[in-house]
Design a protein around this ligand. Structure first.
Ligand code: ATR
Length: 275
């Protein structure tokens, strides 16, 4: 563990809503480390110059990138780890010896959230319907492939984006957004990676009638915790996993990369973030 003061921050546009400062600040204090974790708003056109300034003039050595910088962030990296390269997006930057390494911990966050909150669920060979085709969907699909999911079905409002993702990811089937209900029968896991259902956004409109009652339903939206999708799924008896665990678990390897301590996700932390 380094004895020097370590400065890290989440960079987004907007960034005010981010829970990351709360999470990393909690861990810095809990583990008695010397460091800080802030939030910096950088517009897309100032991302590169802004990061350089934060590193060279302000001594930052770690960043999380959030919407809309996860894909553009690849260009800032001198090195990109295998997972981030495969996903095509970075959510974590580690600065060492003047070089920037890019990582993506979102896949791990997605997988650990499901594995921790739905013990016994195994991805291997399963049929998964993923809604959305943005940066979060890429990370979810990367995780599903790592765990050997059998069949991945993708549906997105803008079909071209789903097709583009399928073109670079073998074995993905694309279904029309308007016909996504037709893909529900036989699904073992349904994941919403769109922003629908988030506070201030319209709900995700989907008729779950054809979904098997045993299918697990996961929403990566965590505000509100019980999205309309999760409420509807729970009301008909489906097991559900909320999105908060993905946020907490994606933060762990990033914190480890900067501070040298693998922090714990606890109920106390979860309650604090949800308050
Ligand atoms: P992230 O990096 O968090 O995935 P993103 O790349 O902006 O964010 O992706 C947002 C996702 O939510 C996309 O799949 C988007 O669909 P489009 O590709 O058609 O834009 C989806 N989304 C956002 N608003 C939506 C809406 N009103 N109806 C359907 N899908 C929506």
């Amino acid at each position: 563990m380094s004895e020097s003061f370590i400065k890290a921050a989440v960079v987004g546009h907007p960034v005010k809503h981010s829970k990351s400062p709360l999470i990393h600040g909690y861990w810095i204090e809990k583990y008695g480390l010397k460091g800080s974790y802030g939030a910096v708003d950088l517009a897309p056109e100032e991302l590169e110059s802004g990061i350089r300034r934060l590193v060279e003039e302000e001594g930052y050595s770690g960043f999380n990138l959030t919407v809309p910088h996860k894909e553009a962030g690849l260009r800032l990296c001198d090195e990109i780890d295998e997972t981030a390269r495969r996903i095509g997006a970075v959510n974590t930057l580690v600065v060492k010896g003047g070089k920037i390494r890019g990582m993506n911990t979102d896949s791990q966050g997605f997988l650990l959230n499901i594995e921790q909150n739905s013990p016994g669920f195994s991805f291997a060979g399963k049929t998964v319907l993923v809604l959305g085709a943005g940066g979060a969907a890429k990370a979810v699909i990367g995780g599903l492939r790592d765990r050997g999911a059998g069949r991945i079905i993708l549906s997105n409002r803008t079909r071209d984006k789903a097709e583009a993702l399928a073109a670079v990811t073998p074995g993905i089937e694309v279904v029309a957004w308007d016909g996504k209900e037709n893909a529900l029968s036989g699904v073992d896991l349904l994941v919403n990676t769109t922003t629908l259902g988030m506070t201030g956004q319209p709900p995700l409109e989907i008729d779950l009638e054809a979904l098997p009652y045993t299918a697990l339903v996961n929403d990566i939206v965590y505000a509100p915790l019980m999205t309309p999708l999760l409420q509807a799924a729970q009301a008909r008896g489906n097991p559900v996993v909320t999105g908060i665990g993905m946020l907490l678990h994606q933060a762990r390897p990033a914190f480890h990369a900067w501070f040298g301590v693998m922090p714990e996700v606890t109920k106390e932390l979860e309650d604090m973030v949800l308050r």
